[in-house]
Write a protein that binds this ligand. Structure first.
Ligand code: MGP
Length: 224
């Protein structure tokens, strides 16, 4: 495992109780031996990615609850990570996973996000067991596979929110004005996840609107 990839077990926020820990499914260290790596080198990704975990601890601020877990840069380390952590459907209510390009924090305030927005869709609670894990994995594969070509340069990352009413998956973009690129990414996600039912609506929301939203909610800039 490259030196910049920290082991999941090194992370302090993963070890205490409360909401489900994303590492509880792990029983062995999946990193391949040095010998195996020498014979069969790992396949580098186009970008390095960081997994983040948000733990719903009401005694702490939003920012204090958000922790980076691990950064990876190869296909093999992505799968090792995926096999190592808890499925999203098993996380506790109020928890999130985020995966963002290295150096970008999954927060509106990050300079890479502040002028951007997100494609958002909800997954009804009754589909958490059946489809949420598959949707999230497909979104992650679109990200690490840089599946949107040139238009995908505006992709910063993705977030899954586990919430009591309905779970949410969003793809965060650095831009909220370049309609062609925004629509291409949104349509790419819809196609990949086969969100073909008219009820499978995706909304593009500008982060600046989300930050200042009132209880009445916000108006989507685009829909698909
Ligand atoms: P949420 O976790 O994105 O959605 O935001 P949730 O829990 O479904 O709530 P809803 O308001 O969308 O119905 C919940 C709260 O977390 C926000 O109201 C903010 O207080 C805080 N929060 C969320 N995000 C993504 C950010 C962020 O990027 N920066 C800061 N400072 N706070 C955030």
């Amino acid at each position: 495992m490259p030196e910049n990839v920290r082991k999941m077990s090194d992370e302090e926020p993963m070890s205490d109780g409360g909401s489900a820990s994303p590492v509880s499914r792990a029983s062995t260290n999946p990193s391949p031996s040095a010998e195996l790596e020498a014979v069969s080198p790992k396949h580098p990704l186009q970008s390095d990615w960081t997994l983040w975990y948000f733990k719903n601890d009401k005694s702490k601020s939003w920012d204090a609850n958000l922790k980076s877990v691990i950064t990876f840069s190869t296909v093999e380390d992505f799968w090792a990570l995926h096999n190592h952590i808890e499925n999203v459907s098993k996380l506790g209510n109020g928890c999130d996973y985020s995966m963002f390009k290295e150096g970008v924090k999954p927060a509106w305030e990050d300079p890479a996000n502040e002028k951007g927005g997100r494609w958002l869709f909800t997954v009804a609670k009754q589909y958490r067991e059946r489809t949420l894990d598959t949707y999230w994995l497909e979104v992650l594969m679109c990200l690490i596979g840089e599946a949107f070509g040139e238009q995908g340069l505006i992709v910063n990352g993705a977030v899954v929110n586990i919430r009591p009413r309905a779970d949410k998956i969003s793809i965060w973009l650095s831009d909220s004005c370049n309609k062609d690129a925004i629509m291409a990414v949104g349509q790419g996600i819809k196609n990949r996840l086969q969100l073909n039912d008219p009820r499978d609506r995706m909304n593009f929301e500008v982060h600046a609107d989300t930050m200042s939203k009132t209880s009445s909610g916000i108006k989507a800039k685009y829909t698909l």
